[in-house]
Design a protein around this ligand. Structure first.
Ligand code: SF4
Length: 334
């Protein structure tokens, strides 16, 4: 479908996740005569890959916003609370819309739109939640949800006749038949499943995030990014252990040596561990046992020797047998 930038009735910035509803919202607005550009957000908790792909397929310009600082502030203090995990969806969504609204003002667009469907998610997309999001985003009257627009009050661009309300839709609920039919009509074939994509909705990820928040805090962005990699342990005196799962993790953790103390075996294959802050000698001793337990030392006749390296220098320490993972399970976060 060609963009009609030359004679648009209205210019809209559409939140584009890459999911089907967000792609349909763009097409519906274009069909109603609007010129549409996309806006998406990226953080260590979710990527912009699907949005970039969708924008390319739709042939629209995409603005990618680094949303990390906003999201970190929200997971620490979500005014409307969390969903099922550490996902502050109502506030996250409202903040994204507010950021898009700021961009709308700055770049001279008429409205912000989303692919939300009323009633699709009982908690975050009922009429009340949609109203809360609109109010807290500060975009009263300029937030258009083309998928369910006819079930909602007309927005300012609709009232001004810049958008033909008759060409907007009245989809409600969780059924997907109308979206599937519309996808076929618009030739949209590539879209990720509606759920997924945001790590904050995963319970295991939430545990890691909460643990980091309570110990090292969320001030170091790299430590937040590392939540997407490796195993995690929290030792009794509070030392965190980020334990590589594979060569990729190990190499990456070596590159992050400036963040803390590295521990790795030197006489057999095994994981590299990064300890962002050693809280006690006892924790460090436990960490060396943990590394030995995860090393491949079956053919080793003597003890596993680990190297402990930090900004203060390095030392090699033999770890006495037995090497057993079971005692470390209570310390494992994921
Ligand atoms: S699923 Fe994640 S990205 Fe989406 S609104 Fe919720 S917290 Fe934000």
């Amino acid at each position: 479908m060609p963009e009609n930038e030359n004679a648009p009735s209205a210019r809209g910035l559409s939140l584009l996740s890459g999911g089907l509803d967000s792609q349909l919202a763009v097409r519906i607005l274009q069909r109603a005569g609007a010129y549409v550009e996309g806006v998406c957000f990226e953080t260590p908790f979710f990527s912009s890959a699907a949005a970039r792909k969708a924008a390319s397929a739709l042939g629209i310009k995409l603005h990618v916003i680094d949303f990390t600082d906003d999201e970190i502030a929200l997971v620490q203090n979500p005014p409307h609370g969390f969903g099922g995990a550490m996902n502050p969806c109502i506030d996250c969504h409202a903040t994204m819309i507010r950021r898009a609204g700021e961009m709308m003002e700055r770049l001279g667009f008429d409205f912000v739109s989303t692919g939300e469907v009323m009633g699709q998610r009982p908690m975050s997309q009922n009429k009340q939640s949609l109203g809360v999001v609109e109010k807290s985003s500060g975009l009263l009257g300029r937030l258009l949800r083309p998928m369910s627009a006819k079930l909602l009050d007309p927005t300012i661009p609709e009232q001004e006749g810049k958008i033909d309300r008759e060409k907007l839709l009245d989809i409600r609920g969780r059924a997907r038949d109308r979206q599937i039919a519309l996808a076929a009509e618009f030739g949209i074939v590539d879209y990720p499943s509606p759920a997924g994509g945001c790590k904050l909705t995963e319970e295991g990820y939430g545990r890691k995030l909460k643990d980091l928040m309570e110990h090292e805090g969320l001030g170091n962005r790299r430590l937040v990014e590392l939540l997407n990699h490796a195993r995690r342990f929290r030792l009794p005196d509070g030392t965190g252990v980020i334990l590589g799962r594979d060569k990729g993790d190990n190499d990456m953790l070596k590159g992050d040596h400036a963040l803390g103390t590295l521990v790795a075996p030197i006489n057999c294959p095994g994981p590299t561990a990064l300890l962002p802050g050693v809280k006690s000698e006892e924790d460090l001793r436990l960490a060396t046992g943990l590394i030995a337990a995860y090393s491949r030392c079956d053919r080793l006749e003597g003890d596993v020797v680990v190297r402990i390296s930090s900004a203060d220098g390095s030392r090699d320490v033999p770890v006495p047998r037995p090497y057993d993972r079971a005692p470390f399970k209570p310390y494992q976060i994921c």
